[in-house]
Ligand binder design. Sequence first.
Ligand code: NAP
Ligand code: 3JN
Length: 341
Amino acid sequence: MGKSFNVAVAGATGAVGNQMILCLEKRGFPIDNIKLLATRRSAGRKLRFNSEEIPVEELTETSFRGVDIGIFSAGGATSQKYAPFAAKDGCVVIDNSAAWRMDPDVPLVVPEVNPHAVAEYSKKGIIANPNCSTIQMVVALAPIHRKVGIKRVVVSTYQAVSGTGKKAIDELHNQTKAILNFLEPETNVYPHRIAFNCLPQIDVFLDNGYTKEEMKMVKETQKILEDDSIAITATTVRVPVFFSHSESVNVETRNPISPDAVRALLEDAPGVTVIDDPARNLYPMAIDAAGRDETFVGRIRADESIPNGINLWVVSDNIRKGAATNAVQIAEVLARNYLSK
Ligand code: NAP
Ligand code: 3JN
């Protein structure tokens, strides 16, 4: 008999948690017992896992006793408070929030890029899942960085509302419906209307004029690629799309590489699907990436304004590879290589 584990999903009733449950099921993660955790408000609600109805329990300090792996997507404050209780009880935490990502004793992992970093889970009992915008970008950048070195990245994102959770999905839906019916739309989630609009703000503004999301992309990319010398500047934009983030990524490499060589590298790269056939108007699109686990790359071309420049268009489902799939892939590495149960 193979190993199998007691798993808890914290934030199980949320947009990410819901996908987490589906992903554990779909990938056949070996589970003995699953605990679904959320706030007291959701306690007793039943969620389906592997055709079983599982009652949601309130997340408390003792929820992780007897649990081997705890996957958190209940916000940074919840992770900050409860991950140490889980770790103290011997449960390895895979955390989807920003709470622990930049802690030097917490590995920040994208399994296609730095699976070796999982080994450092033992320092604090916590592994961090990167921000969704970072994950899809590093999946595409890592093979290029390994081959020719990356000097600088200029990225602009086009991020789906599902990145903000259930209430933002409802807001885009309701605003769109209201506007198409000549009614006044209500704005509750973002500072401005999102329907038929683009907001160059994701998360709060920092003193340097960037948003927190933009600086997450900078710092997390350097940590995952283990190279603080890569210069990165980001502009993150919320667009009226439900699922999948798209990114325009401009890369300046240290050594020259042709667009054809980049295409060949990415065609071989784990987790990447290249869609790049301009003659047939084929390139990655949010509507095609939604519901998939891969990172799609297209529009691969030279940046003709500099000697070693490459442009990419990178698209991935932010709730799947950007959150749930990546977390479950981390759990798979952990289970396969590090946990003895
Ligand atoms: P969401 O749809 O609003 O769901 C939030 C979930 O957290 C719900 O299950 C909620 O339970 C639960 N929760 C909130 N506060 C809690 C508490 N004090 N104790 C227990 N459970 C609590 O949000 P989401 O989109 O799923 O995102 C959740 C978190 O995941 C985000 O805050 C972020 O940290 C992380 N995230 C990461 C990425 C990424 O880039 N990797 C992407 C999106 C989200 P109730 O239903 O009972 O309220
Ligand atoms: O906005 C997006 O598209 C991604 C959002 C991620 C997010 C949302 C709320 C809180 C995060 C994150 O994962 O960085 C956090 C957070 O944990 O800080």
